[in-house]
Design a protein around this ligand. Structure first.
Ligand SMILES: [Zn+2]
Length: 323
């Protein structure tokens, strides 16, 4: 070994590595390369403050920002069979699941919750792209069915945020069966006259686009989201032609009648509330700080509380809202 490899190179490397910023404090925008301070980025819902690029956001972070005071309750999803095909590629399927759970601290690729946005009660489901590319397996199917059933029970609209690389190939045909299963589940909402709103986020592809993500009464997408069945690269290779710019992106699909709205993440909450309240014949939401309940309303609930107390069930009256 010579002087260059033993001394000069390590010295240069150490100078450069010292300039590198800790990864957990800063993130780089994939689009414009700007370094963004993590707190600033979180406050802006993972949207680049420089170029407005919408980066991935986990369902949990999204729901925290979406629901009033960040409060929501998780809806239980029935557990499917684990690894029914004993699938193995370079890694066992069960190991992949274990790794994804460790990395994301989430159970599976979909989170179902209930709560209120601007005092408008809803059920929401969010797909997590960071969990095995948000792939649709049996759990995701179960989650959508649980969400639809919960929405019907509570007579609430369902809002679904999609993000997926498609079906989960490790579950083979069982993952494809989730397409008709979820379609039937969503039909329950239609029969109950409840709105189903889909927010397509980057990327929504494959079997997810071919089923529940395209069945909304209102189809909203986030700016720049790729929404397709087969991706642009596959199409380009198949037809051997150059595709138009922005092909299969949210704005392109809006222009071509596939979507109703393209809404930036920051404005999504207000827009969802407006749409839901219109579809469910409720008066517009009060914007800004909500006033305290009116005197009569407060007095009424106090009287109701007293009555419940005298009805020999004092422990119930303490938490009347819990279900
Ligand atoms: Zn950017």
């Amino acid at each position: 070994m010579n002087w260059i490899t033993n001394y000069v190179r390590p010295t240069i490397n150490s100078i450069f590595s010292r300039r590198e910023v800790p990864e957990n404090l800063w993130s780089k925008c994939d689009e414009c390369g700007t370094m963004l301070f993590h707190r600033e980025l979180t406050d802006n819902l993972n949207v680049c403050t420089n170029c407005n690029h919408h980066m991935a956001i986990t369902p949990r972070a999204r729901f925290k920002a979406l629901f009033d005071a960040g409060i929501f309750t998780e809806v239980k999803v029935p557990e499917p069979l684990a690894d029914p095909l004993s699938f193995r590629d370079q890694k066992k399927y069960t190991d992949r699941i274990k790794d994804a759970r460790k990395v994301t601290s989430e159970k599976e690729a979909m989170l179902v919750v209930e709560g209120e946005i601007c005092r408008t009660p809803i059920v929401a489901a969010g797909q997590d792209f960071s969990f095995m590319a948000g792939s649709m397996g049996m759990y995701v199917g179960n989650a959508i069915i649980a969400a639809a059933e919960r929405a019907v029970t509570l007579k609430r609209p369902l809002v679904l945020f999609s993000a997926a690389g498609g079906a989960r190939m490790q579950e083979g045909i069982l993952s494809l069966m989730q397409m008709p299963r979820t379609t039937v589940a969503l039909q329950m909402l239609k029969e109950a006259g409840l709105p189903y709103i889909v927010v397509l986020t980057h990327p929504t592809t494959g079997g997810v686009t071919a089923s529940y993500a395209m069945l909304g009464d209102v189809q909203i997408a986030e700016p720049g989201a790729l929404i397709c069945f087969a991706g642009p690269r596959v199409i380009e290779q198949t037809i051997r032609e150059k595709l138009p710019e922005g092909f299969q992106r949210a704005e392109y699909l809006l222009d071509h009648g596939m979507l109703d709205r393209v809404t930036p993440r920051g404005k999504l909450r207000d827009e969802l509330v407006t749409i839901i309240r219109m579809l469910t014949h409720q008066p517009p939401a009060v914007s800004g700080d909500l006033p305290a309940p009116a005197y009569e309303e407060a007095a009424e609930s106090a009287v109701a509380g007293l009555e419940a107390n005298s009805d020999a069930a004092p422990q119930d009256s303490k938490a009347p809202k819990k279900k």
